[in-house]
Design a protein around this ligand. Sequence first.
Ligand SMILES: C[S@@+](CC[C@H](N)C(=O)[O-])C[C@H]1O[C@@H](n2cnc3c(N)ncnc32)[C@H](O)[C@@H]1O
Length: 287
Amino acid sequence: MKNGQYLTEKSWLLCVAIAGLLIGGLILSSFMRSGDTTFLCSLASSKARATAEYAATPIQLQAIVHYATSRIVPQQSLAEISVTFDVLKALAPCNFLVFGLGHDSLMWTSLNPRGTTIFLEEDPKWVQTVLKDAPTLQAHTVQYRTQLQEAHQLLSTYRSEPYCSPTKAYLRGNYNCKLALTGLPDAVYDKEWDLIMIDAPRGYFAEAPGRMAAIFSAAVMARARKGSGVTHVFLHDIDRKVEKVYAEEFLCRKHLVKAVARLWHFEIPPAANVTQGGGATGGEWFC
Ligand SMILES: C[S@@+](CC[C@H](N)C(=O)[O-])C[C@H]1O[C@@H](n2cnc3c(N)ncnc32)[C@H](O)[C@@H]1O
């Protein structure tokens, strides 16, 4: 009797298992037969998306070959490059504006995969030379209205020009303020930049443009940010007087978050988020 009961329970369980398999099979086949493959397709496409996200971009592959076969390396040291790389690792794909085209350009573009990296260069011949080997870099020639030898005079007079003041300054068409970069392409004015690297223009002889306008304009762009978060500004060659003094005037010590060798890293909040100081009528101006 006991044996009979055991057998009945066993056959009952077997029946339930077979029925479950049949129902499961029917559901799956109806998915496939009816052509309703949305579920399966979405699984496949999310896998494809994940694969594409981690696939190397063409410029990254080109950078590997370039740096593996070139004896010329970027001027910044590994420690200096790492400061910007750390931020790019957290923010990429993002908007990265770089003053200066050089041996580091392929590297910066590759470290911001699927982001926008734009280079601003003063020397048109140098643009041609660099683009010959790396035509997919996004580079624009910029005309500066300053010379290094004017740095001191510009710093001591800019406060008397209302359109250089933090509350009124803008860039596109601001011809009244000599420190404003007025000749940039629209692609630069129309974007909010998450990172700005200032490693140009040249600032080591009297007639060179100097970095005064690049520093001032980076401060104006950062303060005008509407999006969330801060603007990361990296300034190289801070061992030079003009870079240091202009950084202290426009990028501000209070926003300096890292100093590595000759590189300073600032995190500049949008002016709308700053409640105190920085006003044209207040005593603090930009800082
Ligand atoms: C201070 S350098 C920085 C270059 C960059 N950080 C690098 O690692 O190559 C910036 C400027 O120097 C000039 N420059 C750099 N390398 C050059 C070269 N080989 N020939 C001519 N001009 C060059 C360009 O005008 C460039 O914008």
